[in-house]
Design a protein around this ligand. Structure first.
Ligand code: C2E
Ligand code: MG
Ligand code: MG
Length: 698
């Protein structure tokens, strides 16, 4: 570099070859040893003109150069490249400075070096620079967006990573390592994710990635597990984007890993809540039904039998009522554990069906029905045995027993409800057989049940549509004079054969329909009594009305009877209620009270079917009865069976002793009548005198 001519058009004129410098797309500024500007080429002048003018005489150290540091703060003159060269005598390379007075104008990248004179003294400093503003701005915005990304990822729980496929290098974010329990910043080898993969997931993920490389997709998502530093596996959802070259070859995959631990936990909790019983932890009815569906499908394929065992705890309600629900819960929990222990095969299911009901599903029993049945029976017996030991409920010893219904199934059964119903039915059979036992479902049982269900439905319908009538059967005295009638219920079952009251009355009792039905009978009989009362030849007749136990025991029975009497205007002294012996057995005191209350109003009582039950003579004496009715079973064979004859005679004698009338029912022949009359019977009822007929016929 030559010395500088200071008389050119810019006021700073280069000499000779230095004219070249004016065409250089870079700045060149020459300072003297006092840091004054002695030369600047065109480029430099264009960029820093006014500044250079001002600095022709001033030194850089005076601080007039508005240079900035890369962080934007003012650069102290001591840091100017020229100053540094002057101070150190060493060249300064690639120093970036900003230029601008009020706001930043440009960024320059400067190289400065010393020029020594012949004596070796530092004579000048040449500063060369180029404009790197664009580069700098690009760098800036990159930094800003990177920072933005960094902050975004910091706030996110997801962990980012980036995989450069051609060089097979994976960059992991700190969060990535953090997710697996490693300290931030500890860079691992780029294959880390693969070595940390759960052994069962590796193959699948490898295949997935191999397919990704060749596919056209630009995004993907996959789940796998990675080993945490403490050894457990973290469920991960990996989602990302694939960058491809023009040919579609994958170049890089970038994505984020999401830790699914919480999600999985919530999922399994939801699953638990939906499919398991909170109290016992057993599968609930819903899961049971799902399992059953699958098992039935499998059974259809394999031809094997399966069995559904329906278990109901005996007297559980009593335990709940007497010891409290807390103890009830404890029992259910312990029962669940015992049942599980007795059904150890993994393929078998123990479920809580609800309340005190459990269901056990046995799969893969023999293809032969008999063998399958005995296999199921064996399990059922083991389950019964599970109840041998008493249960400890908070120090309270409790003996519990189960009633178990078993329904076998094979490929022919597809209906889940049907199967459950069968097992349930068998369970009820077990209950009916005295509890604490096992019953198998059989088809005959079902036919009976179906018939009952239909009968009940018809009964209800007829009750609504007044489909009942009363027939009347004569009761006579020893002269053959009609003294009264027994009202007997008749049901014309809609579109079917008539059903005997001995069939539908027990059902009506079981279902409670007897309450309504009984009231109707009483009212109809009373109205008939009133009708008879209005005609002289029938005014003396009494009516006997059958009352069932359930009807008699209802709280409001006395009121009900009195209301019917009041409503119809019937004479209570002409009404006789027929009770059965079984009714007298329970709650004797209440029975006596009820009878007395009605007796006070003039109503009479007959003991129906006498001799078939277990009346105690002690009770009989206490009951305000008017009449004993010798059951027709004794009357039927009174002439042929000496035992029946003896019973009939005994009843007649008993009535005499207790001061009660005795009537014989079911008298069909004159010989029967004569025999009974001979032994003191004064009242008769039976086909000999008349069948039950409608009121008009009567
Ligand atoms: P029950 O009260 O002992 O009635 C006598 C049954 O014997 C009647 O049967 C009657 O038709 C039948 N019978 C009468 N005379 C003869 C005879 O000479 N030979 C034979 N073989 N049978 C005779 P029914 O009407 O079928 O009633 C059966 C049972 O149904 C009754 O036995 C009674 O327990 C019950 N029942 C009938 N009506 C009612 C009612 O309104 N309420 C209640 N709770 N039960 C009723
Ligand atoms: Mg009767
Ligand atoms: Mg009878």
């Amino acid at each position: 570099m030559n010395p500088i001519d200071r008389s050119d058009s810019h006021g700073l004129h280069p000499r000779g070859v230095d004219q070249l410098l004016d065409y250089l797309p870079a700045g060149v500024v020459v300072h003297d040893a006092a840091s004054r500007v002695v030369y600047a080429n065109r480029f430099a002048y264009k960029l820093l003109g006014p500044t250079l003018d001002a600095m022709r005489t001033q030194t850089a150290l005076a601080g007039t150069w508005p240079f900035l540091r890369t962080d934007g703060s003012p650069m102290p003159p001591a840091d100017y490249p020229v100053t540094r060269v002057l101070r150190s005598g060493q060249a300064v390379a690639d120093c970036v400075v900003g230029v601008g007075t009020v706001k930043l104008d440009r960024w320059l990248i400067c190289n400065a070096y010393p020029v020594h004179d012949a004596a070796g003294e530092l004579a000048e400093v040449v500063v060369c620079f180029s404009d790197c503003t664009e580069l700098k701005l690009a760098e800036r915005s990159l930094a800003v967006s990177e920072e933005r990304l960094r902050l975004a990822l910091l706030g996110s729980t997801d962990a980012s990573w980036d995989w450069d496929l051609p060089v097979n290098h994976v960059h992991y974010s700190d969060r990535w390592w953090d997710m697996l329990g490693y300290d931030a910043g500890q860079e691992r080898d780029s294959g880390a994710w693969r070595t940390m993969m759960h052994p069962n997931d590796g193959e699948r993920v490898d295949a997935f990635i191999a397919a990704l490389r060749d596919a056209r997709d630009t995004s993907y998502s996959i789940e796998f597990r990675l080993r945490h530093r403490d050894g457990h596996y973290v469920p991960i959802l990996s989602r990302g984007f694939i960058q491809r070259d023009a040919a579609g070859k994958a170049l890089r995959i970038s994505g984020t890993n999401t830790d699914l631990t919480e999600t999985k936990r919530a999922e399994s909790r939801i699953y638990e809540l939906a499919y398991f019983d909170y109290l016992t932890g057993l599968p609930n009815r819903r899961l049971l039904i799902e399992q059953l569906g699958k098992i039935l499908t499998r059974a259809a394929r394999t031809g094997q039998h399966g069995a559904l065992l329906f278990i109901d705890l005996d007297n559980f309600k009593t335990l709940n009522d007497t010891l409290g629900h807390d103890k009830g819960d404890q029992l259910l929990q312990q029962v669940a554990r015992r049942l599980e222990a007795r059904v150890p095969r993994r393929s078998d299911t123990v479920a809580r069906h609800g309340g005190d009901e459990f269901v056990i599903l046995l799969e893969d029993l023999s293809a032969l029905p008999e063998e399958a049945a005995s296999q199921a029976e064996l399990v059922a017996e083991k389950l019964i045995d599970a109840f041998n030991e008493p249960f400890q409920l908070d120090g309270h010893q409790h003996h519990a027993s189960p009633s178990i219904g078993v329904a076998l199934f094979d490929k022919d059964i597809r209906d889940i409800d049907e199967l459950l119903k069968r097992a349930d039915l068998a369970m009820y059979q077990a209950k009916a057989a005295g509890r604490h036992t096992i019953r198998f479902f059989d088809l005959h049982m079902q036919t009976v049940v179906n018939a009952r269900v239909e009968l009940e439905a018809d009964l209800r319908r007829s009750l609504r549509s007044h489909g009942f009538t009363l027939h009347y059967q004569r009761q006579t005295d020893s002269n053959g004079q009609t003294v009264g009638a027994e009202a007997l219920l008749r049901w014309e079952r809609p579109s079917r054969q008539d059903v005997s009251p001995s069939v539908f009355i027990p059902l009506a009792e079981e279902t409670g329909l007897i309450l309504q039905l009984g009231e109707w009978v009483l009212e109809a009989a009373c109205r008939q009594l009133v009708a008879w009362g209005s005609r002289q030849e029938t005014a003396h007749l009494t009516v006997a009305v059958n009352v069932s136990a359930r009807q008699f025991r209802q709280q409001a029975f006395v009121d009900q009877v009195l209301q019917v009497i009041a409503r119809t205007g019937a004479d209570p002294r002409r009404i006789k209620l027929e009770l059965t012996e079984s009714l007298l057995l329970a709650n004797v005191d209440n029975t006596i009270d009820t009878m007395h209350a009605l007796k006070e109003k003039g109503i009479g009582f007959a003991l129906d079917d006498f001799g078939t039950g277990y009346s105690s003579l002690a009770y009989l004496k206490r009951l305000p009865l008017d009449q004993l009715k010798i059951d027709q079973s004794f009357v039927r064979d009174v002439l042929t069976d000496p035992n029946d004859a003896a019973i009939a005679r005994t009843i007649l004698g008993l009535g005499h002793t207790l001061g009660l009338d005795v009537i014989a029912e079911g008298v069909e022949t004159a010989d029967q009548r004569n025999f009974l009359a001979m032994h003191g019977c004064r009242a008769f009822q039976g086909y000999l005198f008349g069948r039950p007929v409608t009121a008009e016929q009567f």
